[in-house]
Design a protein around this ligand. Structure first.
Ligand SMILES: NC(=O)c1ccc[n+]([C@@H]2O[C@H](COP(=O)([O-])OP(=O)(O)OC[C@H]3O[C@@H](n4cnc5c(N)ncnc54)[C@H](O)[C@@H]3O)[C@@H](O)[C@H]2O)c1
Length: 258
C-alpha cells in the first residue's frame, strides 16, 4: 500500500476524476477527506470507498470561498492531526468565447479553477510543511493546447501550470513537492459538459476520442493512478512537473487509409 497512514484531501471529489482520485488513494491505504460543494456527490464517493473497506469522510467545501477553505483546513487538522497530500482538482468549465462569456462567469471560473488552488494551498501549506507533503494540481492539455469555445477555461489551465512551477520553487527547499497533471479528454463531468454543448454530442465524443493516439478518451482512474503516484514516495524527486496523461493527444489523426 503506497499511501498507508497518509491523510489525503481531494477537492471536487464528488464526481469524475476527483472521485477516482479519492477512491484510488483510499485503495492505497489513505484516509481521504472528500471536499466538494456538491454534498450528494461527495456522499456517494464516501459510500463507494467505505463499501470497498476504505476510509473517507465528507467535508462540504467551496474552494473559491476563503472561509470555507479555512473550515476545511480546521476540520482536517482537528480530525486527523495532519495532511500528507492535497489534490487540487475542483474546477468548472464555461464553454464560451470571450465575447459570449459574462464578466460574472469569467470571474467565477477563475476563482474556482485558479483561486481554489491558491486558497487550498495557502491554508494547507503550514501543515504540508510539517509532513513534507505533496500537492497535486489538476491542469489539462488545454493548458498548452487550446480548443475552440473555452478561452476562459484554457486560461485557467495554463495558469495552473505556471502556479505549480512557482509553488514548487518557493516550497521545494521546505520538502513540499508540487506537481500538476495534464489529462486529455477523460470520461467525466467537464468533458461530458463540452460534448453536450456541441450540436451532436455523440459525434463530438467520437471525434474527441480520435484526437488521441489511442483513439479513445481516458477513464478517470487512469488519471487518478498518476495522482497516487505523484502523492507517494515513488515520486520523491519530482516537483514542478506537468505530467501529461493524455493517450497521445494531438497525435491521433486517422491514418490516410481510413
Ligand atoms: N474530464 C476531462 O476531460 C478533463 C480533462 C482535463 C482536465 N480535467 C480536469 O479534471 C478536473 C475534474 O474534472 P471532471 O471532468 O472530473 O469534472 P466533474 O464536473 O466531474 O467534477 C468536478 C467536481 O468539482 C466540484 N466543484 C465545482 N465547483 C466547486 C467548488 N467551488 N468547490 C468545490 N468543489 C467544486 C463539482 O461539484 C464536481 O464534483 C478538473 O480540474 C478539470 O479541469 C478534466
Amino acid at each position: 500500500m503506497k499511501l498507508k497512514n497518509r491523510i489525503v484531501v481531494v477537492t471536487g471529489a464528488g464526481s469524475g476524476i476527483g472521485r477516482a482520485c479519492a477512491i484510488e488513494s483510499a485503495k492505497e491505504g489513505a484516509q481521504v477527506i472528500v471536499a466538494d460543494i456538491n454534498l450528494q456527490g461527495a456522499d456517494e464517493t464516501v459510500r463507494q470507498i467505505v463499501a470497498n473497506k476504505g476510509q473517507a469522510v465528507v467535508f462540504k467545501t467551496d474552494v473559491s470561498n476563503p472561509e470555507s477553505v479555512k473550515q476545511l483546513v480546521d476540520f482536517t487538522i482537528r480530525s486527523f492531526t495532519k495532511i500528507d497530500t492535497l489534490i487540487n482538482n475542483a474546477a468548472i468549465q464555461v464553454n464560451k468565447t470571450i465575447e459570449d462569456i459574462t464578466f460574472e462567469e469569467w470571474n467565477l471560473q477563475m476563482s474556482v479553477n485558479v483561486g481554489g488552488i491558491f486558497l487550498c494551498s495557502k491554508y494547507f501549506l503550514p501543515y504540508l510543511r510539517i509532513t513534507k507533503g505533496s500537492i497535486v494540481n489538476m491542469s489539462s492539455v488545454n493548458g498548452f493546447f487550446v480548443e475552440p469555445m473555452c478561452a476562459g477555461y484554457c486560461t485557467t489551465k495554463a495558469a495552473i501550470i505556471g502556479l505549480t512551477k512557482a509553488m514548487a520553487i518557493d516550497h521545494g527547499h521546505e520538502g513540499v513537492r508540487v506537481n500538476c497533471i495534464c489529462p486529455g479528454y477523460i470520461d467525466a463531468g467537464l468533458a461530458e459538459g463540452y460534448f453536450q454543448s456541441q450540436p451532436d454530442p455523440a459525434k463530438a465524443r467520437v471525434e474527441a476520442g480520435r484526437l488521441h493516439a489511442l483513439w479513445r478518451i481516458g477513464k478517470p482512474e487512469e488519471v487518478a493512478r498518476v495522482a497516487v503516484f505523484l502523492s507517494g514516495d515513488d515520486a520523491s524527486f519530482m516537483t514542478g512537473a506537468s505530467v501529461v496523461v493524455d493517450g497521445g493527444f494531438g497525435s491521433g489523426l486517422p491514418p490516410k487509409s481510413l
